[in-house]
Design a protein around this ligand. Sequence first.
Ligand SMILES: NC(=O)c1ccc[n+]([C@@H]2O[C@H](COP(=O)([O-])OP(=O)(O)OC[C@H]3O[C@@H](n4cnc5c(N)ncnc54)[C@H](OP(=O)(O)O)[C@@H]3O)[C@@H](O)[C@H]2O)c1
Length: 327
Amino acid sequence: MNTSLISSYLTVNNAAIFGVAALALVFIKIWSNGSVNNKKRDLSNQLVIITGSNTGIGLETAKNCVQNGAKVILACRDQKRTQNALDLINSIKPNSAEFMRLDLSDLSSVRLFVNEFKSKYNKLDILINNAGIMHIPNRVLTKDGFESQIGTNHFGHFLLTHLLMDSLKASPQFRVINLSSLAHSFGSMNFDDLHYEKRAYDRNSAYSQSKIANILFTIALQKRITQQKLNGIAVSLHPGVVRTELTRHYTGILGFMKFLISPLWYLLSKSPEQGAQTTLYCVHENFDKLVKGGYYSDCKTKKYGNKQITEENAERFWDISLKQLKL
Ligand SMILES: NC(=O)c1ccc[n+]([C@@H]2O[C@H](COP(=O)([O-])OP(=O)(O)OC[C@H]3O[C@@H](n4cnc5c(N)ncnc54)[C@H](OP(=O)(O)O)[C@@H]3O)[C@@H](O)[C@H]2O)c1
């Protein structure tokens, strides 16, 4: 073979390799972007509370709800951090969003929020328990003495939902949508040491435990909705791996690694809008088609990834939650 033949053979070969690699990247990106919600209903006259809606998945969810006619309460802890979101949403439709202060890591703030809400509105159609914190580096306690991740992600939302039940019951048909995570599959719940008093604190395990809590809470809540013959539904979901501010606690070496792998991270993750699709599916899907107490991911029901997710444990955890919240 002469040299020009070899070089043209190599050029064709390289082009083929490049083409296959580019195609593979495109397919991986399409796959990681996840499913798109194709359900849509008119949300006029629907009142929606979304916790943690100043950014990330919550903000995208709020935008869509307003675009479809809903009034949305941005239940967020910081008015300044919420102002841009509020302006953006109200520019889509004037007076369609309202800020009400809610700090889920402080039970007195949860109570104040509910009092303010009830003084203005007499029903609630959709409660989206979206706010969350992840991988807090050290064992920090909330104002009420809970480990911060389970305190914010679960106990704050449990009390919020409990106190809003009257408002939800006043709606002709209500939905409670709880943002959990696939991280529920990678850890366990220690029912006797929820706050890491007896064991060493681990940031990953504490996050997973709080996300198991979201699912157990959903199952037990649905049981009560059904027992009381209420026209409501509770679901939990994993939104996917989404590029949001959730990793804000990755500082130092973790922050550097996050920077190093950012192209790979982009390839394998969803935008906030894509990350909101499963929540929106649960908002828009026909009420009777949603699985009561179900767990969703990519706009479909999914099996739980943890053997601790059982009805028995959901009941046990419900009782523990009532006790710890002194309800
Ligand atoms: N992103 C992902 O890959 C992913 C994967 C699985 C599950 N999730 C879940 O999806 C949900 C939304 O997360 P995200 O990715 O959109 O994260 P994000 O961009 O960090 O948004 C989290 C929201 O929660 C709020 N929040 C945090 N602590 C709060 C508190 N004490 N009281 C009230 N609000 C509080 C934040 O408010 P500030 O802005 O004021 O801090 C923010 O609005 C979370 O429950 C998360 O666990 C996310």
